[in-house]
Unconditional design. Structure first.
Length: 439
């Protein structure tokens, strides 16, 4: 959707958009398909844009539905034969709306419709006739393929996203469109990072690092501080993931540096939720560094930043993210227990996992629920060596059994095998303890 920079819009966007919608609706009383079909189509297109923008502020599903209806009306008269460029513009707008609607319902279906609309637009937005519009639509197409990869054919759709972004970058250059070049490079980095989860992790993460670094040539603290922070955060994630495949300490140090740089501009005042997310990512990196050097110090740092993240990742605002960070906090406390205050830190781990399970539920997040139950079982099993062995081993058995309700040999064979082994070990220890008590 287009951005309105008028003063009235900036002060009260909802009010300004409603006035726009009212004006376009009034115009359509007189500008009819019979009397002025092209003006009717143009007004319907503008109405669709206004509804699409309003959806970002209120009632997204309904307003996006109205936008789709308006664009469909416009396309009755904006045809390839009558006006191919305007037809392409409306198809691109339609794709944007379907892409946004995918965040609220029928994600695969709506992303498929977005792709169809963008592909149709590209029949007439060509490198020869409209190079920048062609690049913009290719970028939008890449975004949709990247999102669709989360629902179906991940490798194929991520490859298609890369192809679309690279095509956009033929025309979004440092000279012709520097900020759009940076946006597309950042998007390309995200796709390479996601592709690394499926194949060639080191190579694809290296490509992600290269794309993010390229974006940072344009995204500077002076010109685009929040975009700079977002790309630094993405760069940090790529380095953190790359550490599992090559140069672990060096890449984790680079991750910490990137996250720290992001936090110069993601602040409590400017972007509290992004601040919290970046703190969470920083905690993960410190936790990984603890396996390589200075374990107690890095785990203390991890606990500190996870705790800071939880000031803003709250159950009321972002329950799923809250659960995620609580789970990571539990892992950090559990690892810290190896080095200091085992009973206290294992108790804190149990508390964090239990808190996470308030929001990681079998209904909302079955695999995350299973992972956290498995972590909880490990903490109880280790706690049994320090106090209440019978009770804590019983709790460990219960947690592992719960994890195995959702870890199955068919769907998650590796996790199933691990949780089953953990369960068997806890049962064996409980049996040995009972036998010893009965001697």
């Amino acid at each position: 959707m287009t951005k309105n920079n008028s003063e009235s819009y900036q002060k009260n966007p909802q009010h300004a958009l409603k006035l726009e919608i009212s004006s376009y609706s009034e115009a359509l009383r007189f500008c009819t398909p019979e009397t002025a079909p092209l003006e009717f189509a143009a007004t319907q297109n503008n109405l669709g844009v206004a509804y699409g923008n309003l959806a970002a502020h209120q009632d997204p599903v309904r307003n996006l539905g109205r936008a789709i209806k308006a664009f469909a009306e416009a396309l009755r008269f904006r045809t390839p034969e009558m006006d191919p460029v305007e037809y392409a513009m409306t198809q691109n707008n339609l794709g944007n709306v379907y892409g946004n609607l995918a965040a609220h319902r029928d994600p695969a279906g709506n992303l498929g419709r977005a792709i169809q609309a963008y592909t149709e637009a590209l029949r007439f937005y060509t490198p020869e006739t409209a190079p920048l519009e062609y690049a913009a639509t290719q970028n939008n197409l890449g975004i949709s393929y990247g999102k669709l990869a989360a629902h179906q054919d991940p490798i194929g759709n991520l490859d298609r996203a890369i192809q679309a972004y690279n095509e956009a970058l033929r025309f979004y250059t440092l000279e012709t469109a520097p900020l759009y070049y940076a946006v597309t490079q950042n998007n390309l980095g995200i796709v390479y990072r996601n592709l690394a989860a499926h194949l060639d992790p080191a190579d694809n993460l290296g490509q992600a690092v290269q794309a993010y670094t390229e974006a940072l040539h344009l995204y500077t603290p002076e010109t685009a501080p929040l975009e700079f922070a977002a790309t630094q955060n993405n760069l940090g994630i790529a380095y953190s993931n790359l550490a599992a495949h090559q140069e672990p300490a060096g890449n984790l140090d680079r991750a910490v540096q990137a996250f720290t740089e992001a936090l110069r501009f993601y602040t409590l005042e400017t972007a509290p939720l992004y601040y919290a997310a970046t703190k969470n990512n920083l905690g993960i990196a410190y936790g990984k560094l603890a396996d390589l050097r200075e374990p107690a110090g890095n785990l203390d740092r991890a606990v500190e930043v996870f705790t800071e993240a939880l000031r803003f990742r709250t159950p009321k605002i972002v329950p799923f993210d809250y659960a995620m960070t609580q789970n990571y906090l539990g892992i950090a406390y559990g690892n810290l227990a190896v080095h200091q205050d085992p009973t206290g830190n294992l108790n804190r781990a149990v508390q964090a996992y239990t808190e996470s399970l308030r929001f990681y539920t079998p209904e909302t997040a079955p695999l995350e629920y299973a992972a956290t139950q498995n972590n909880l079982g490990i903490a109880y099993g280790r706690l049994a060596a320090h106090r209440d062995p019978t009770g804590n081993l019983g709790r460990a058995v219960q947690a592992f059994t719960e994890a195995l309700r959702f870890y199955t040999p068919e769907t998650t064979p590796g996790n199933w095998k691990t949780a089953l082994k953990n369960l068997e070990n806890a049962q064996l220890k409980a049996w040995e303890l009972e036998s010893k008590e009965n001697e």
